[in-house]
Design a binder for this molecule. Sequence first.
Ligand SMILES: C[S@@+](CC[C@H](N)C(=O)[O-])C[C@H]1O[C@@H](n2cnc3c(N)ncnc32)[C@H](O)[C@@H]1O
Length: 270
Amino acid sequence: MPDRRSGRTPPSPLSPDILVRETLRNLRERGTIGQCLRALEHLRAAALPPLQRPLLPLIVRQIRSTAHVHDVDNLISAASRQFLRAIVPIQKRSEIRGLMKAVRTLAPSRVLEIGTANGGTLFLLTRVSAPDAHVISVDLPGGPFGGDKNEWKHSIWKAFATGRQKMTLLRADSHKHETLERVRQHLDGHALDFLMIDGDHTYDGVKMDFEMYSPLVRSGGLIAFHDICPHPHGFGGEVFRYWQDVKKGRQATEFVENPATGFGIGLLRV
Ligand SMILES: C[S@@+](CC[C@H](N)C(=O)[O-])C[C@H]1O[C@@H](n2cnc3c(N)ncnc32)[C@H](O)[C@@H]1O
C-alpha cells in the first residue's frame, strides 16, 4: 500500500534487499559469521601441517625473505599466519608484543631460550636482538608442555638468523648439568643479556631452569617467564606459583592480556 505522505510504496518486508540485510544482521548478532570464519581458519590450520615437511625449502625461503621486517606487529603476524603455519608462537598477541618491545630496547647480543616448540618465539627473538647476536635454543624434542618431535624444523630455525647473527640449537634437557655446560661453552665466557624460560612448566622444573641459568645473565639483563597466570584447564602448569615466589623483591613487569584465560608473561630485570 502506498505511503500516504510520500505517495511511494514502502519496500515489502520480503523485498530481497531487506531480506539480505536482516539475514546478515541476524547472522552477525548470533555470531554465525564469526563462527564460519573461525571454522574456515581451523580448516586451513588443519590442512597446512601435512604440507610443511614436503615444502620445507619454500618455508626456509619465505623466512629469509622477511629478514628486512622489523616491526614487531608485522613479525608476530608473519609468525602466526605465514610460513604454512610451521612456526606459530604459543603466545597471546598483546603479551608477546609487550615482551618483544621490551627485549628490543635491550638489543641483546646473547640470548637463550629454554623451550622452543614450533619456533615462534625464537623467530621473534632473533628479529629484536642485535644484528650480530648469538641466539641459543635449548629444547627437548617431544618433551612435556607442547614439545613435538620437531628436529626436522631445525633448518627453518637456522634460517631465523639474519646477517651476522648466529643460531645454536641444542636438543637437550635443560635440567642436565651437561646442558648447562654446553650453553656455557657456547657463550665462551660472555654473559647472557636475555633469558626466556618456557620449557618444563612444573614448579620444580621452572625453578630449576631459573636457578641454573639466571646466574649466566648479566646485571641489567632480562629474564622472562611464560605462563605466569593459572590456566583454567591447567595447561600452563605451575609457573604461576613459582612466579609469585621469584618476583618478590625483584624488579618485575607483567604482560597479561586476561588473567582469567591463563598465559601471561613475567619479566625480571637482573
Ligand atoms: C610451551 S612450549 C614452548 C613454546 C614457545 N616458547 C613459544 O612460545 O612458541 C614448551 C617447550 O619446552 C620443551 N621442554 C619441556 N621440558 C624441557 C626440558 N626439561 N628441557 C628443554 N626443553 C623442554 C618442550 O619440548 C616444548 O617444546
